[in-house]
Design a protein around this ligand. Structure first.
Ligand SMILES: C[C@@]1(CC(=O)O)C2=NC(=C\c3[nH]c(c(CCC(=O)O)c3CC(=O)O)Cc3[nH]c(c(CC(=O)O)c3CCC(=O)O)/C=C3\N/C(=C\2)[C@@H](CCC(=O)O)[C@]3(C)CC(=O)O)/[C@H]1CCC(=O)O
Ligand SMILES: NC(=O)c1ccc[n+]([C@@H]2O[C@H](COP(=O)([O-])OP(=O)(O)OC[C@H]3O[C@@H](n4cnc5c(N)ncnc54)[C@H](O)[C@@H]3O)[C@@H](O)[C@H]2O)c1
Length: 211
């Protein structure tokens, strides 16, 4: 299956999760990590979800899903109840309104799949097997996780700042491109005394960009 891999900006966007059990919990967590505005509809919720609602971090409507719950303007829907027929009804309502929906563990009723994710700060590596083997996606996540240094996110923040300095001051040319590729090699440029870092700063100071 040819899936389209993208990283979505969800900040403040209204997202609905139907169900508040084990599976919903992890989906809510990943939506909240992207700062989505989450509304949960379920008669019963896991303690962590109740706490989020009490803290005003999410909205919890304590009742069963009813047709019409997927408001126009909703950006994305996840349905994770333990009743297949309910999940499918939610999916049909959402897609009828052109809103993308994931019915957990029910591939024909998913417009998108959740990937397995390795994260270090702004760096995210998302793995999908298009549903062929979620267990493989999970195993690869663990392997990559074990290999990727824990401070990669901090290093990336530093690299991003340095790149911003360079791109603000340097005109876009091959020299700048080469410099940015050198900076991105942590084994070469992961420390302050790195010649490319010094060069980048020096270039930024001495070669102001001309519009
Ligand atoms: C990646 C991850 C993300 C997440 O869930 O957030 C994820 N499943 C994970 C784990 C996992 N899921 C299952 C097992 C047991 C072993 C196994 O079955 O292989 C394990 C492993 C375990 O937990 O041990 C069971 C399972 N999963 C699906 C079905 C239905 C079916 O295949 O028909 C069944 C059978 C249910 C049943 O038995 O009835 C379907 C989907 N699961 C997906 C995502 C989507 C495709 C992802 C992809 O491959 O691209 C898709 C299509 C839809 C969706 O988005 O939900 C997460 C790993 C998180 C991590 O640890 O990193
Ligand atoms: N948890 C797993 O590891 C796992 C693995 C494979 C498949 N599944 C399947 O995924 C589904 C969800 O699993 P779970 O563990 O999160 O279930 P769960 O029992 O923990 O949670 C179900 C949630 O759905 C809510 N719900 C039930 N009917 C509803 C309705 N009409 N409207 C709104 N909410 C409703 C319940 O209040 C509860 O919050 C199940 O179908 C399960 O068989 C779960």
């Amino acid at each position: 299956m040819d899936l389209f891999p993208i990283f979505l900006k969800l900040t403040g966007r209204p997202c609905i999760v139907i169900g508040a059990g084990n599976l919903a919990e992890s989906k809510i967590e990943s939506l909240r990590a992207a700062h989505a505005a989450v509304t949960v509809i379920a008669p019963e919720a896991r303690p962590s979800i109740v706490e989020l609602a009490q803290a005003g971090e999410i909205t919890w409507l304590r009742r069963e899903y009813a047709p019409g719950d997927i408001a126009d303007g909703t950006f994305l829907v996840v349905t994770a109840t333990d009743v297949g027929a309910v999940n499918r009804a939610v999916y049909l309502e959402a897609t009828g309104k052109n809103i993308i929906c994931n019915a957990v563990d029910d591939p024909p009723f998913c417009d998108f799949y959740f990937p397995s994710v390795v994260r270090r700060g702004d760096l995210q590596i998302a793995i999908s097997t298009a549903g062929a083997s979620p267990a493989l996606a999970q195993r690869l996540r663990k392997e990559i996780n074990a290999q990727l240094p824990l401070d990669t996110g901090d290093w990336l923040t530093d690299l991003g700042n340095l790149r911003r300095e360079v791109t603000q001051m340097e005109p876009l040319n091959d020299e700048r491109k080469l410099l940015l590729h050198q900076l991105a090699q942590r084994e070469v440029c992961g420390y302050d005394g790195c010649p490319s870092r010094q060069l980048a700063r020096q270039h930024a100071l001495t070669n102001p960009k001309h519009d």
